[in-house]
Design a protein around this ligand. Structure first.
Ligand code: IDP
Ligand code: CA
Length: 428
């Protein structure tokens, strides 16, 4: 279990609901007069919990947050987080919704153990699905969600209205931006230097930042901008979620298999895969057969050209980001860690060109990497192309790769939990 104490007093408002957050390290004046075990601050009466499920395209995760309300005037602190995940994601159970909901039940049982029984009724539980369910038919997605809702209703927790649903792509980016900038202390004080974020999921990818130049606001399509208020200031965020541009969806797009009616026995080939490879892959409940270019070319150059077709001219390129640095997580982190570009536990700082250098190394020596995933060359090449040709980053744009800040996962789920608690009137 991860634990950290993060004083919060943040104010933000979006989606028409006002919401406030901020940081402060002030101790309560009376702490000095009481021994720790009788200090009113330590009374457990002011502890409460929030349960947020992230139903991602490749896995389902539970985040159980512990908050402490030190005084009625202050907003709660994040005291800790319990995190667990299962694979595959809900969308893999498109034809067996009950079985999908069972995976949620297994995770929810952890919360039954983690939350003290007298607080069960006051602890909200919510599940937000992302791109995996967005790609399913409405009927299949709804069947899964209604089975999950039943699991929630049979649990001892507080089940708010709209507790189970598909999250809007723009919220995914905004909520992750809130999490990262809150955890790094950028949402308080005078010299706020907020950081932009890049999230690369299985089926979609998000980019979110606070534009500094008037020019950026003018050049950006209106649906890429969302306003919210914080500390009496209004922030206008640039955010967009590209459906079908997550790492796994991009594999299918590169193979020419995305959104195809797959015929049994059909083989999808790519120069990004080991020459002799022939295998099967299940994604979103569909079976794909794929393999290397047995007779044709293999390696970085032809692979980059294949991947380029997937990204070139498909994404909006805000000029301003070329010179900024970004926090990057999810598959950016995983593939960088898999190839020793960063330390798996501590993360690290990279430049965009490092992904391209590593892609060349892996693609031009596939036999040396054959114990790793057969998609390693394709994945790294896609990441390099997405950053350079998709978003338009420079070779020397700096990326901070991180999994956790102050022991809390850098996921949209913390931002979403703040939002939930505020809407339930559990925070100020
Ligand atoms: O809370 C988290 N902690 C660590 N990694 C996470 C968390 N949530 C998502 N990920 C990462 O997200 C990636 C998978 O994306 P996901 O399954 O969420 O697809 P989607 O966002 O397209 O629906 C993986 O790299 C996985 O490690
Ligand atoms: Ca995700």
């Amino acid at each position: 279990m991860a634990s950290s104490r993060l004083p919060i007093l943040i104010a933000l408002a979006f989606s028409s609901l006002p919401f406030v957050l901020s940081h402060s390290n002030r101790e309560m004046w009376f702490q000095e007069f009481f021994p720790p075990n009788v200090c009113p601050i330590n009374a457990k009466a002011n502890t409460f919990y929030g349960i947020m499920f992230d139903a991602g395209s490749t896995g389902t995760r539970i985040h159980i947050y512990t908050f402490v309300q030190k005084s009625p005037e202050n907003l709660p602190e994040v005291e800790g987080e319990i995190f667990e995940s299962v694979k595959p994601g809900l969308s893999a159970y498109a034809d067996q919704p009950e079985k999908g909901a069972e995976t949620v039940k297994t995770l929810l049982d952890m919360a039954v153990d983690a939350v003290p029984p007298h607080l069960w009724k006051k602890t909200p539980v919510v599940l937000k699905a992302t791109a995996g369910l967005r790609l399913l038919s409405e009927e299949k997605a709804q069947a899964l969600l209604s089975e999950v809702k039943e699991v929630f209703e049979e649990s001892p927790f507080l089940v708010p209205e709209d507790s189970v649903g598909i999250m809007d792509g723009s919220h995914e980016g905004i909520l992750a931006w809130i999490t990262v900038n809150f955890l790094t202390g950028q949402l308080s004080g005078q010299n706020q230097q907020t950081v932009g974020i890049l999230d690369l999921g299985g089926a979609s990818t998000q980019i979110t930042f606070l534009p500094r130049f008037e020019e950026t606001l003018k050049e950006t399509p209106e649906d890429f901008l969302t306003s919210f208020e914080m500390f009496n200031s209004t922030y206008k965020l640039y955010t967009h979620s590209y459906l079908g541009f997550g790492l796994k969806a991009a594999r299918l797009a590169t193979l020419g298999a995305l959104n195809m009616e797959v015929v049994d026995g059909q083989m999808f080939r790519s120069s990004c895969l080991p020459k002799q490879l022939e295998a099967e892959w299940h994604f979103g409940g569909v079976k794909y057969q794929y393999g290397g270019n047995k007779e044709g070319e293999t390696g970085f150059k032809p692979c980059y050209l294949e991947v380029l077709k997937v990204v070139k001219g498909k994404l909006h390129q805000p000029e301003e980001i070329r010179g900024s640095s970004f926090y990057a997580f999810s598959y950016y982190y995983d593939r960088a860690a898999d190839t020793n570009l960063i330390d798996y536990e501590r993360g690290g700082v990279l430049e965009v060109r490092d992904f391209e250098r590593k892609a060349k190394e892996v693609c031009d020596n596939m036999e040396r990497y054959n114990s790793a995933s057969p998609f390693l060359c394709m994945d790294l090449t896609y990441i390099a192309a997405l950053l350079k040709e998709g978003f338009g980053f420079r070779d020397n744009t700096v990326l901070k790769l991180t999994k956790k800040v102050n022991n809390i996962e850098t996921s949209w789920t913390l931002g979403a939990t703040f939002y939930l608690l505020q809407s339930l009137g559990m925070t100020y």
